[in-house]
Ligand binder design. Structure first.
Ligand code: MLT
Length: 289
């Protein structure tokens, strides 16, 4: 379906029936990151997986239709013809609240992977009544360091000058764990294609939004909904130490470390990831009201 949110048409995949489960992809992904969970969890959950503004089939930031403007960028990716930008974690979070309105859900279990986790923190700050439980997968609470910000600016240049295919090549090794790279080349191929397919305008806007995002660490002590922290033990972008910090700062949270998975742990260990989600769903306290 399409949700119309602040001037943009956002593509949203909706499957199944049951507890509302909002799946928020990372960077530079779209809702297809969640294919294993979309396919598996429809028997117990109403799975809602949007393409964030600027990604997949959703419009870009502030420019309805910008996601589909193409200029033959190298790597076969689409290149925006000068979208003015305007994405932020707050904008993405407000879009998620709008998506929940569009699918008629008051609250959802919110699952954010990596940048999706940064968006989940913003959703918690701005719309916490919409969050029934949290799953923070392969993510961190801290803002970018100066070094990380310099790398974001460099990658913005790569995206603009060389296209999404070049961004994909730069990111692929960090995205997928060493066991997957050694044993499951088909997953590496699928992740490369996912990254290379994203519109350059969305990539640039998201890099700027991550560069500018605030530190969410002070919010961790305020989280009072059931929370599951998941991380692949081979994640080099948001390592296990980051997940432990989240777990220690969020009262009552549970930590699951998935062996043999890297940064996209839901794709690399799909059955294990889905299993821990199922356990969280089964243990949810009943909804009041
Ligand atoms: C992601 O997977 O969303 C990115 O690795 C997040 C980031 O670059 O900070």
């Amino acid at each position: 379906m399409i949700a119309r949110c602040a001037g943009a048409a956002l593509h949203v995949e909706v499957r199944g029936a049951g507890v509302p489960l909002l799946l928020v992809h990372g960077f530079p992904h779209d809702h297809t990151l969640w294919r294993p969970q979309l396919d598996a969890l429809g028997d117990t959950a109403r799975v809602v997986a949007p393409d964030l503004r600027g990604f997949g089939r959703s419009d870009g930031a502030g420019t309805p239709g910008s996601a589909s403007v193409t200029a033959g960028a190298p790597g076969g990716a689409s290149m925006s013809a000068g979208a003015p930008g305007g994405a932020s974690m707050d904008r993405y979070a407000d879009d998620l609240a709008c998506v929940l309105d569009a699918v008629g859900e008051r609250r959802a279990v919110v699952v954010g992977l990596s940048m999706g986790g940064y968006v989940a923190f913003a959703l918690w700050r701005r719309h916490r009544a919409r969050v029934r439980a949290l799953v923070l997968a392969d993510t961190r609470a801290g803002a970018d360091t100066d070094d990380a910000r310099a790398k974001r600016r460099e990658l913005i240049g790569v995206a603009r000058e060389q296209g999404a295919g070049a961004v994909a090549e730069r990111m692929l090794d960090g995205m997928v764990g060493k066991s997957t790279r050694a044993r499951r080349p088909e997953v590496v191929t699928a992740v490369r294609a996912l990254l290379a397919a994203q519109p350059v305008a969305g990539i640039v806007d998201a890099l700027q939004a991550m560069h500018d995002r605030p530190d969410s660490t002070p919010d961790l002590a305020t989280i009072d909904v059931p929370t599951l922290v998941v991380v692949g033990d081979e994640d080099v972008l948001t390592p296990v130490a980051e997940a432990r910090r989240l777990h220690e700062a969020i009262a009552g949270s549970r930590l699951e470390v998935l062996a043999g998975a890297g940064h996209v742990s839901n794709l690399e260990r799909p059955a294990a990831f889905t299993h821990v989600l199922r356990e969280l769903l089964a243990a949810l306290p009943p909804e009041d009201g």
